[in-house]
Design a protein around this ligand. Structure first.
Ligand code: NDP
Length: 262
């Protein structure tokens, strides 16, 4: 028997908030939730990508809304969440997808010794503290509602030996798995599940610009023999958001084509 039922708010469909929804995996998650009948709000920081996403989705204003919000700026996040609550009522699904993975400039020196405190802090801020801010902000209303779904987008780099990603990225994604478990433990008695999706290499703006040699070698490590697609990740997020996934919490689900590090 599936446990939990999505509660609609203000008589309308359930609302989902997706961070980093303007492109890549986040965009496909937005599209998937819209197709599944949710009201979808998403945030990102670059106006051109936000505009392009809205134009391509062509959904009415009572189903789709976007904000220029940096997840590291607590005030911006709070203002946007208030705005959504006033329009649509409580948010029942949160997808923490926004993430950055700065690339290495010099292959010769070990990455850790080249990294400034600022570079380290920025990646931890976006990839780990951003999800914390949003969970802290949205969990109380999910608890009050007796239902909620939180989905964090982690990475294989936080699960296995990181071969391409930097130390800051690997640490942020490993931290996100810890945050997922801690939040799951806290929120389970209140009908709120918290899970992490750990993608391997998925084609997107984050991976596409990598050197051909990097992508060739990444491909050679994937038993299924191809990169994943953003649609496949979105499909998994949609399942985890559904009432059918009510007994899954605190889990990290790999979507890697069979790859698990070196
Ligand atoms: P993209 O670079 O294609 O998209 C990232 C999105 O996050 C963009 O919409 C970007 O918008 C947004 N974003 C970045 N920083 C912020 C911020 N501070 N505040 C709000 N939004 C922000 O990445 P992917 O789609 O590839 O990755 C999505 C998630 O999946 C990330 O968490 C990534 O770590 C993870 N992942 C991706 C893999 C892959 O192979 N692609 C593999 C494993 C994990 P804008 O630039 O406008 O701010």
């Amino acid at each position: 028997m599936p446990t939990g039922k999505p509660k609609t708010t203000e008589g309308g469909p359930s609302s989902v908030l997706v961070t980093g929804g303007a492109r890549g995996i986040g965009f496909e998650i937005v599209r998937r939730f819209l197709n599944d009948g949710y009201r979808v709000a998403f945030v990102a920081t670059k106006a051109n990508y936000v505009q392009r996403a809205l134009e391509s989705l062509r959904a009415p204003e009572d189903r789709l809304c976007a904000g220029m919000v940096d997840v590291t700026q607590q005030n911006e996040v709070e203002r946007f969440v208030d705005q959504i609550r006033r329009r649509w009522g409580e948010i029942t699904v949160l997808v923490n997808n926004a993430g950055i993975s700065p690339k290495r400039v010099d292959q010769k020196v070990p990455w850790l010794s080249q990294m400034s405190q600022e570079e380290w802090a920025r990646v931890i801020d976006v990839n780990l503290s951003g999800p914390f801010t949003l969970i802290r902000l949205l969990a109380p209303s999910m608890i009050a509602n007796g239902y909620g779904r939180i989905i964090n987008i982690g990475s294989l780099a936080g699960r296995a030996m990181p071969l391409i990603a930097g130390p800051h990225y690997a640490a942020s994604k490993a931290g996100l798995i810890g945050l997922t478990r801690a939040a799951a433990r806290d929120l389970a008695p209140h009908g709120v599940t918290v899970n992490c999706i750990a993608p391997g290499r998925i084609l997107s703006d984050l991976t596409g610009p990598a050197e051909a040699a990097v992508n060739r070698s990444a491909l050679s490590r994937i038993p299924i023999g191809r990169f994943g697609t953003a649609e496949e990740v979105a499909h998994l997020a949609a399942f985890l958001a559904s009432p059918m996934a009510g007994f899954i919490t605190g889990a990290t689900i790999d979507i890697t084509g069979g790859e698990f590090g070196a």
